[in-house]
Design a protein around this ligand. Structure first.
Ligand SMILES: *Cc1c(COP(=O)(O)O)cnc(C)c1O
Length: 482
């Protein structure tokens, strides 16, 4: 369903929920923001939440829960083994995905760890539409590598192509032929492709991927963490799916997979995660690792309250008026910025609005981390916290040289049902101000660089005094306004 048409003015996304619990926010003055970002080593991961007005870092574990989810948490059945809550969750997964087996894990990457440890060995190659940070790190940890087969259109920041998360079937064949199917433990398909801007794949493309996997006898593994946005986009953008229900589309997708794993910090608006499959062999292979890494098989590191909320959240995910909220707010934000000529990834995807840092601040070279610099500037401009998705999020090459990312994006995630339209309008206003003053933004350099997943803990500083100048300009333009 498109945004609601207004009798006066342009269409707006309409909240299909009302607010019943609120959390007080603080908006600190620009001097304090300047101090806070310096103390955080210019890394938005290291900011204190009390210094942040709009936390658009991630959609992970920060989506608003429904009244039914919260209520269900009280009735959760707390027991180490044989918990009724676990049975309810397992049954819900079976009902929705048609899969027999469920292995619980404490979050998405824990599921990835179990998969990688079970299937990846020295020299393994995992073809994927596009990698995700934790997936790639874990596959690499066990001696494997990922080989991306995303369609070329997927890496074009501005586009009208509706399914930029699609796999290029010819590229997939080339990877398989070049590597040999024996060295390929599985093909990994990621729904709502995170690192290219929350872009979906189409059901038709997924069917083609499945066909190739069948031809070579390769397992198809779905990362369903961002499935809910992908489902919505399939429903509204894929002609042949217009008349299908979200439930029917979900089932069709699940039937194409050998293994599905997910982060329930996103899918199901709860916490936790897990792996589901119909293959008894895959289940048995992976099962041994759950008690070792996660916890007993009936909780896998999750609290029963989380599991109960997940079961309800998964059911709510089957409701189009629930899952359209994220994409519609994102579309509004992306279209407003695009209209002003501000470089954003188009078409609007799920997950959030992505600023294209390379075009936003072309004066900052890639080895000075433009997306990271834009993240620091965005915090200074509006106490809005985004996440760098560019070269900083990459790992250096074995010889120590920088691995320059294909895209330099600042992700402004839209936690689902959390922000009001005025807050989104505020973010748009501060981005617009920053864009007017983009010439003032400079680069960053590392002062402390961890060897693995450096974007989480790394500390950086500005290459010049550009941040002080940016703050002075803000004061000159907006006076005493926060
Ligand atoms: C978030 C995410 C993960 C990891 O999930 P966590 O629960 O954060 O560990 C894996 N894959 C994708 C596509 C994700 O977006």
């Amino acid at each position: 369903m498109p945004s609601v048409k207004m009798f006066t003015g342009v269409g707006i996304p309409l909240e299909m929920h009302k607010v019943r619990i609120v959390q007080k926010l603080r908006l600190i003055p620009i001097e304090d923001r300047l101090k806070a970002i310096a103390e955080a080593g210019n890394n938005t991961f290291l900011l204190q939440n009390r210094d942040v007005y709009l936390d658009m870092l991630t959609d992970s574990g920060v989506n608003a829960m429904s009244d039914h989810q919260l209520a269900s948490m009280i009735t959760a059945d707390d027991s180490y083994a044989g918990s009724e809550t676990f049975t309810r969750l397992a049954d819900k997964l079976t009902e929705i995905f048609g899969t027999k087996y469920f292995l619980p894990a404490h979050q998405g990457r824990a599921a990835e760890h179990i998969l990688a440890k079970t299937y990846v060995t020295e020299g393994s190659v995992v073809p994927t539409n596009f990698h995700f940070t934790t997936t790639k790190a874990l596959i690499t940890l066990y001696g494997g590598s990922v080989d991306e087969v995303l369609i070329d259109e997927g890496l074009k920041t501005t586009s009208t192509y509706p399914f930029k998360g699609n796999s290029d079937i010819a590229k997939l064949r080339t990877v398989i032929e070049k590597t040999g199917p024996k060295k390929i433990p599985f093909m990994r398909l990621e729904a709502g492709t995170n690192l290219v801007g929350g872009q979906p794949f189409s059901l038709e493309n997924m069917k083609e991927v499945r066909k190739v996997c069948d031809e070579y006898g390769i397992m198809l593994v779905l990362d369903a963490s961002l499935l809910q946005d992908n489902l919505y986009f399939i429903k509204i953008r894929e002609e042949s799916c217009k008349h299908k229900t979200i439930r029917e589309i979900t089932r069709e997708i699940a039937d194409l997979c050998d293994i599905i794993y997910f982060s329930a910090r996103k899918l199901g608006a709860a916490r936790g995660g897990g792996i589901i499959t119909n293959s008894e062999k895959a289940y048995r292979n992976m099962r041994v690792l759950v008690p070792l890494f996660e916890g007993f098989l009936t909780y896998g590191g999750m609290s029963v309250r989380e599991m109960e909320a997940m079961a309800v959240g998964l059911e709510e995910t089957m409701d189009e008026e629930v899952i359209n909220q994220g994409p519609q707010f994102i579309e509004y934000m992306v279209n407003e910025l695009d209209r002003k000529g501000i470089p954003v990834v188009t078409p609007a995807g799920g997950l959030g609005c992505h600023l294209n840092a390379r075009e936003f601040i072309p004066q900052v070279p890639q080895d000075q981390y433009p997306a990271g610099a834009l993240g620091a500037a965005m915090y200074i401009a509006g106490a809005v916290r985004g996440m760098e998705r560019g070269t900083l999020s990459e790992q250096r090459n074995p010889d120590g040289s920088e691995r320059l990312a294909e895209m330099e994006l600042l992700r402004l995630a839209m936690p689902r049902r959390v922000f009001t339209l005025s807050q989104v309008k505020y973010a748009i206003d501060r981005i617009t101000w920053l864009y007017e003053n983009r010439a003032l933004v400079g680069g960053l350099k590392f002062v402390e660089e961890p060897p693995v997943l450096r974007f989480f803990f790394g500390r950086l500083e500005p290459v010049s005094d550009w941040q002080t100048k940016l703050a002075a300009k803000f004061r000159a333009d907006l006076g005493d306004s926060l």
